[in-house]
Design a protein around this ligand. Structure first.
Ligand SMILES: [Mg+2]
Length: 264
């Protein structure tokens, strides 16, 4: 997540290039993509799954950090911020969406940015993420069909332990049991460079057949490197980079199905 390390623009907010989280969105088209993912999972195949903004919804981690800042810095008004206030990686935009006054947003921008940066990319805080609804079910179905899972994340090696803990806590197929967690060896590496470098090693785990990622640049990279694989763009949020996903790639908003609607 190297290029996500500046969530608060120093002068102005960047544009919103992403759709934002819609974890409860369902459609027949999404049903078909989820079916296609499972159909591609066969013995000897490999499913490459991203974590942040893909299997996991990071907004709970964002809220946790802001509420800790609110308490420690004596700004209880910031406790108004909830998950739904995040439309992208801009903390200041989330504060405004929660009704925090513009003058106060400007006043806390720098200290909040520093507080956030000290915590967000740590094992201690990744455990605050919640899985996208239905993500565990899909991962388990792909795993049960015989595919090896590669959790290929932009998180760095210092976040490996917490990431492993979160996967196990929510009953994703556990690393070491037909699944492998691949974290970035050097925090200074850009995500795209890391994922490009990791592709060769993926072939040692299985035949890459499925890629899920919420970063357009990564989805396009996988499509370029493994044109026979099913690459799915998970449309949640992503970095402020201007890249768009290749229009030929199927996209989903989440992992729920139309049949799940019977429960609400
Ligand atoms: Mg991601």
């Amino acid at each position: 997540m190297g290029y996500l390390s500046s969530p608060l623009s120093p002068s102005k907010d960047p544009p919103v290039p992403c759709a934002g989280y819609a974890p409860f969105a369902v459609s027949l088209a999404q049903d078909a993509v989820l079916d296609a993912i499972i159909a591609r999972a066969t013995p000897g195949s490999l499913a490459v799954l991203d974590l942040d903004g893909c299997l996991f919804d990071n907004r709970s981690r964002q809220v946790q950090i802001i509420h800790e800042f609110a308490a420690q810095a004596g700004h209880p008004a910031l406790c108004r911020v909830e998950r739904a206030h995040f439309s992208d990686w801009s903390l200041s935009r989330a504060l405004r969406a929660a009704g925090v006054a513009e003058e106060f947003v400007a006043a806390v921008r720098d200290p909040l940015r520093s507080f956030w940066a000290d915590r967000f990319f740590t094992s201690e805080y990744v455990v605050h993420d919640l899985p996208m609804p239905g993500a565990v079910r899909l991962a388990r179905a792909v795993h049960a069909a015989g595919a090896h899972l590669a959790y290929l994340t932009g998180r760095d090696c210092d976040m490996h332990q917490g990431s492993h803990q979160a996967l196990c806590r929510f009953c994703f197929p556990a690393p070491g049991q037909g699944a492998t967690l691949l974290t970035k060896p050097d925090p200074r590496m850009k995500d795209e460079a890391w994922k490009r470098a990791a592709v060769d090693s993926l072939f040692e785990l299985g035949r890459p057949a499925i890629f899920l990622d919420n970063e357009p640049v990564n989805a396009n990279l996988f499509h370029q490197l493994c044109p026979d694989a099913l690459v799915v763009f998970v449309s949640t949020d992503h970095s402020f980079r201007p890249d768009l996903p290749d229009p030929s790639l199927p996209a989903i908003r989440g992992f729920l199905r139309t049949s799940d609607q019977a429960a609400w």
